[in-house]
Design a binder for this molecule. Structure first.
Ligand code: UDP
Length: 238
C-alpha cells in the first residue's frame, strides 16, 4: 500500500449518501458503513475533518418552494446537517473512534462552536472532526463549506463523497451518453455548470488552489482508496 497523498483532508459527505436507497432520512446500515470507511481512512494516518450535508432531511430551496422564506429554509437545512453530524458522531464513537463535532451555529448544549484553533487541536489529537451547520449563513451549501473549512484549517484537498463516481458531462442517471471526466481544471469546473458540485465551491477552490476529488462513497473502502491514490473519481485541480 502506498503512502497517503495528503496529511490533512476535508471529506464532504452529502446528506443524500447517508440516505442510501431511501428518498429521505438516514439509512442506518449505510451510515454505519460510511463510518467504518472513515475509521479505516483515519487509520492510514490522515487527519480528517468531515463536512456533513443535510439534503436528505431539508434543503433551503425546496423548503422555500413550499411557502417558507428562503433564509428560514436554509436555517432548517443547516439544522439538518447538525442532526446528520450527531448520527455520524454516534456511529463513529460506537466503533471506538474519538470524534468531536464543531458547529457553525451557536448551540452550546449540543456542540462546541467551530473555531480554527479547536479544529487544529482536535485533529492533532487524532480525532475525526465533524463540522456541522454549514457556513452558518443562508444561501451557501455544504460543498462551499467544505472548501472554506479546508482553506481555513490548511487541508491539502477536499474529497467530495457522493453517489456518483466523478464529474460527468451530463447527469449519468438521465443521459446515457454522459461521459466521466478523469480531470478538470477549476475554471472548467466553474464554467461547466456541472450539477455534482456548485460553482461557488469550485470558484473558492480555484481562489485557494485546493484540489477537489469527486468520487462515489457507495463503493465500500472508496475513501481509503482515494487517499492512497488508487480510487476512481474526478480530480479538479490547477
Ligand atoms: N445550508 C445553508 N448554508 C450553508 C450550508 C447549508 O443555508 O452554509 C443549507 C441549505 O439550505 C442547504 C441545506 O443547508 O440546501 C443542506 O445542505 P446541502 O444542500 O449542502 O446538503 P447536501 O446536498 O450535501 O446533502
Amino acid at each position: 500500500m502506498g503512502e497517503p497523498a495528503y496529511r490533512r483532508v476535508v471529506i464532504k459527505v452529502s446528506g443524500e449518501s447517508l440516505a442510501g436507497d431511501q428518498a429521505f432520512g438516514i439509512h442506518q446500515p449505510t451510515l454505519d458503513r460510511i463510518a467504518g470507511d472513515l475509521v479505516k481512512a483515519r487509520e492510514l494516518g490522515v487527519e480528517i475533518a468531515v463536512v456533513v450535508g443535510g439534503g436528505n432531511i431539508f434543503r433551503g430551496v425546496e423548503v422555500s418552494s413550499r411557502g417558507v422564506s428562503r433564509t428560514t429554509g436554509d436555517t432548517m437545512g443547516m439544522l439538518a446537517t447538525v442532526m446528520n453530524c450527531l448520527a455520524l458522531e454516534s456511529a463513529l464513537e460506537r466503533r471506538g473512534q474519538s470524534t468531536r463535532t464543531l458547529t457553525a451555529l451557536v448551540m452550546p448544549q449540543v456542540s462546541e462552536l467551530f473555531t480554527r484553533a479547536a479544529a487544529h487541536r482536535y485533529l492533532a489529537e487524532g480525532r475525526i472532526v465533524l463540522l456541522a451547520g454549514g457556513t452558518g449563513n443562508p444561501y451557501f451549501t455544504t460543498d462551499t463549506t467544505a472548501v472554506l473549512r479546508a482553506a481555513e484549517i490548511g487541508a491539502q484537498a477536499v474529497l467530495k463523497a457522493t453517489n456518483v463516481d466523478g464529474v460527468y458531462s451530463a447527469d449519468p442517471k438521465k443521459d446515457k451518453s454522459a461521459t466521466r471526466f478523469e480531470r478538470l481544471t477549476h475554471s472548467q469546473a466553474v464554467e461547466g455548470g456541472y450539477k455534482v458540485m456548485d460553482a461557488t465551491a469550485f470558484a473558492l477552490a480555484r481562489e485557494t488552489a485546493l484540489p477537489i476529488i469527486v468520487f462515489s462513497v457507495a463503493e465500500p473502502g472508496s475513501i481509503g482508496a482515494i487517499l492512497n491514490g488508487k480510487g476512481r473519481g474526478t480530480l479538479v485541480a490547477g
